[in-house]
Design a protein around this ligand. Structure first.
Ligand SMILES: [Zn+2]
Length: 232
């Protein structure tokens, strides 16, 4: 399974259909296409294209639904590069990834602003490729995890080489945090952030090993339940 993939709808190289066919070939059970929502950072989807994006992915769901589960996501650059005050309600998407939350290197907005937005948008929220050990180094971990549980905000295990420090994925740099997460109802998702290399589709093994090591199985199941509940 892989819940973080970019297509030609934003800055990815391949069309959703090529991605879906390749994923079926590689016997992947579930994928999510998660293109960038309007941001000045990269090629991304302006609000008026979201309907077309969703319709395109729903058509693929119809065509290939017997062979693979396809989910519809969007990735939001949670920074001044996005018009956060005028977001649509995203009623047709299954879940939202938020990148750069509380990441000062990337001018990311703080977590409390995401909590405000949470009240307005009723969709699963996931912190994408967050370097918890750096972005939340001054936070009390227990309070942080309690807030995530209370506001139902999940965490992604992102295997992409861009989200590593000294070759180590960010999630492996925060073992205490994830050990604690396993005791709370905080959804955990998995994705490779594929853009231009189809081999990245199956590059999620380390994240699933981490789920076993940290006993995050129930957290991952919770994520699956959430996205299925909201499936448009
Ligand atoms: Zn991404």
């Amino acid at each position: 399974m892989n819940f973080h993939i970019h297509s030609t709808w934003s800055d990815g190289t391949y069309t959703p259909e090529i991605i879906v066919k390749e994923a079926i070939k590689r016997k992947i059970d579930k994928i999510a296409i998660t293109d960038h929502y309007a941001t000045t950072k990269t090629t991304s989807l302006p609000p008026k294209y979201i309907k077309m994006y969703v319709e395109d992915l729903k058509a693929l769901r119809k065509k290939y639904g017997k062979e693979i589960d396809i989910y519809i996501g969007l990735e939001i650059d949670f920074s001044p590069r996005t018009d956060i005050d005028n977001l649509p309600d995203f009623s047709d998407v299954d879940f939202l990834l938020f990148e750069y939350v509380q990441d000062e290197f990337w001018e990311g907005y703080p977590l409390w602003m995401l909590l405000n937005l949470r009240k307005e948008i009723d969709k699963p929220f996931i912190l994408a490729h967050n370097e918890i050990s750096r972005n939340f180094k001054d936070s009390d971990i227990v309070s942080l995890v309690r807030v995530l549980e209370a506001d139902n905000i999940g965490i992604e295990l992102n295997t992409n080489f861009n989200y590593r420090k000294f070759e180590i994925p960010y999630y492996r740099l925060a073992p205490q945090f994830f050990r604690l997460i396993s005791e709370y109802k905080v959804p955990v998702s998995v994705g490779s952030d594929m853009h231009d290399d189809l081999n990245d589709l199956a590059n999620v093994e380390d994240a699933f090993s981490f789920i076993q090591e940290m006993h995050l199985e129930d957290n991952f199941k919770l994520f699956l339940k959430e996205v299925e509940k909201y499936e448009g």
